[in-house]
Write a protein of this length. Structure first.
Length: 415
């Protein structure tokens, strides 16, 4: 009996075990998935909790609901991987031998990595929405916010869903307008990037949307520390941004056990081949989802498209054959823009987000790089798809590879 161990039963881990259980013969393969807790959270929903669009209970479900029959769920914290011995060590001392290992333990916000962030201002004037507790606390803080300077801030990249801080900014601007207090609030978007987003065409589009909404942008802002007394972000080049309410995206890092196991880079991401997701060091270890170092967005959509390619490849690789599939870095993300509208971006390693229609050329129904109500409804409908199609590994009629059909280079007017 061969044994596959999957670390992490989040978005990627749940899809991996569902897809592989159907493909691998039960009398030849045992599949074990390990997670530290039994609560699966729908992280894209965190964005909506501060505004009361979603209630916390709408974004959580028991994890075992997404672990299929024939897969063993082990609840426990991974302490270390001993790659030389092909063993995983759990915190309680339990050892799990493996023939093949999939690392899918994601990435987490680490407010402890910025001096001053976790001091007395944490969750009184400094909030995040990258955790359920953070999003809940921020909902209460926003309700009580009556005016002043509100700063939305990213510590450094990569972060999961790199458009989420922009979405939050657009949503909070609309929220304050609807509450009738927009004129009492200065909104500042502070980013380590030279513009609103990483890719030029989308960055120009999203940057002009910030400008139209009267939102100040502080670019190339690399925070060194938070001055708690002055209530200000202080950058390495000694710029200061004062705040009354700070909504930050803390440094995102892969799990610490990855570093302890000698498997990660400086942010605990596992270096992999960007087309096969196979570890660059170990021929029997893959890293999927946010846990790896591939140069595309850390997003559920990337986990989804890459798992499609990986699932086809895995059995061949396990049988000692070449892997036929090559992941192209395909990502797509809805970008909420407030007032019941959203944009959609679709891109891969080689092609930046372009305008057009998705997934069917000319027809859509979704519009690329354009604000529409349909995109917004698509984003809201995605929660249902996530629970019912994506996590159980059911087929979704969206090709894993990005297509150029329906896309075009923007005209000067569109830019
Ligand atoms: C605010 C926000 C908005 C987002 N919006 C979108 C969006 O609109 N579209 C989109 O595509 N993506 C979005 N994402 C990103 C998406 O949620 C993630 O990219 C996706 O969940 C990654 O899946 P994963 O399996 O790699 O990691 P996760 O789903 O985070 O799973 C990792 C799992 O590993 C477990 N784990 C970690 N460490 C250990 C350990 N030591 N021992 C045992 N278990 C461990 C965790 O408990 C967790 O279950 C958003 C994320 C956030 C935070």
């Amino acid at each position: 009996m061969r044994r596959l161990v999957v670390l992490g039963a989040g978005t990627a881990g749940a899809m991996v075990v569902n897809k592989l259980r159907r493909r691998l013969a039960r009398d030849k393969w045992q599949i074990i998935v390990v997670d530290q807790d039994d609560t699966h959270v729908y992280q894209p929903g965190f964005l909506f909790i501060p505004f009361g669009t979603y209630r916390p209970e709408q974004v959580v479900k028991p994890r075992r609901q997404f672990v299929p029959a024939g897969v063993d769920l082990v609840l426990g914290e991974v302490d270390r991987v001993d790659a030389a011995a092909n063993e995983v060590l759990l915190s309680g001392g339990r050892r799990l031998r493996y023939d093949f290992l999939v690392i899918a333990t994601g990435t987490s916000p680490r407010p402890d990595q910025t001096p001053g962030m976790l001091g007395p201002l944490w969750r009184t004037s400094i909030f995040d929405f990258y955790s359920l507790e953070g999003a809940n606390a921020l909902a209460r803080a926003l309700e009580q916010f009556e005016g002043g300077r509100l700063v939305v801030h990213i510590v450094d990249l990569p972060i999961k869903c790199p458009v989420a801080p922009l979405e939050f900014t657009f949503l909070v601007e609309a929220y304050l307008r609807h509450r009738g207090i927009r004129d009492r609030v200065e909104i500042v978007y502070a980013t380590p990037l030279p513009g609103a987003f990483t890719k030029p065409i989308a960055s120009a589009r999203l940057g002009s949307m910030l400008e139209e909404r009267g939102i100040g942008v502080e670019t190339d802002f690399l925070v060194e520390r938070i001055d708690e007394e002055a209530k200000a972000l202080v950058s390495y080049d000694e710029r200061e941004i004062g705040f009354d309410l700070l909504v930050t995206v803390p440094l995102n890092m892969g799990a610490d056990y990855v570093a302890r196991s000698g498997l990660g880079d400086e942010l605990n991401y596992v270096p992999v081949d960007r087309h096969t997701l196979l570890s660059t060091k170990h021929d029997n270890i893959f890293a999927i989802g946010d846990a790896n170092d591939i140069p595309t967005s850390k997003a559920g959509s990337v986990a989804h498209f890459s798992v499609d390619v990986f699932a086809e490849n895995f059995r061949r690789h396990a049988d000692g054959q070449p892997m036929p599939g090559r992941f192209d870095g395909h990502a797509n993300c809805f970008v909420e823009s407030g007032d019941g509208k959203a944009l959609l971006i679709d891109f891969n390693y080689d092609t930046e987000p372009l305008p057009g229609a998705y997934p069917v050329p000319l027809v859509g129904p979704f519009a690329l790089l354009k604000e529409t109500a349909r995109n917004h409804w698509g984003k809201l409908a995605f929660r249902w798809m996530y629970w019912h199609l994506l996590l159980p590994g059911r087929p979704i009629p969206l090709p894993a590879h990005m297509s150029m059909a329906g896309k075009h280079r923007p005209t000067t007017k569109e830019e």
